[in-house]
Design a protein around this ligand. Sequence first.
Ligand SMILES: [Zn+2]
Length: 182
Amino acid sequence: MSENHEHFMALALEQARAEARRGGRPVCALIVRNGKIVGQGLNSVIADINPNAHAEINAIRNACAKLDTPDFHAVSLSGSTLYTTLEPCPMCFSTTILAAKIKRVVLGARHARVGRKDLGDYSVESFLAFIKHNDVEIVTGVREAECEELRLEWLQSLSDEQVRLELLRSRASHDQGGENTR
Ligand SMILES: [Zn+2]
């Protein structure tokens, strides 16, 4: 199983690196069920001008679009594993990953270790404890160093224009009562 985790996280990392080379945000999420990738997503917040378009949400939407039933709640993505190169934020984790009945979340970089300040003491574990929910397995430490490195490299490479866009988006997000999606 851990070999599978390494394999799928490596694929996610590959896509995240390719996205960074294209000038996008280096976050990729994959949904895997029965050993097969059934959904994938990149962060498209800027491209789609959509503060909700995080990689995890895009991956789940991509997988759900392929379900052959119109009843999302009847099938959902139960039994699936979500791989993500960056720890899911509270929005992705609470309203999408848990709602989609994802069984296991395998995450790479952690917010606390890449200097993210706007989420305070948030972690997926603290959030699960807060809502008293233990139906989802959390797997950490899979290619963690590479995921952290990619994140930190991207943060250091941000141009003035990117920073300007970040600030504009952050202000817009706060004005809407949303969260800073970086
Ligand atoms: Zn998110």
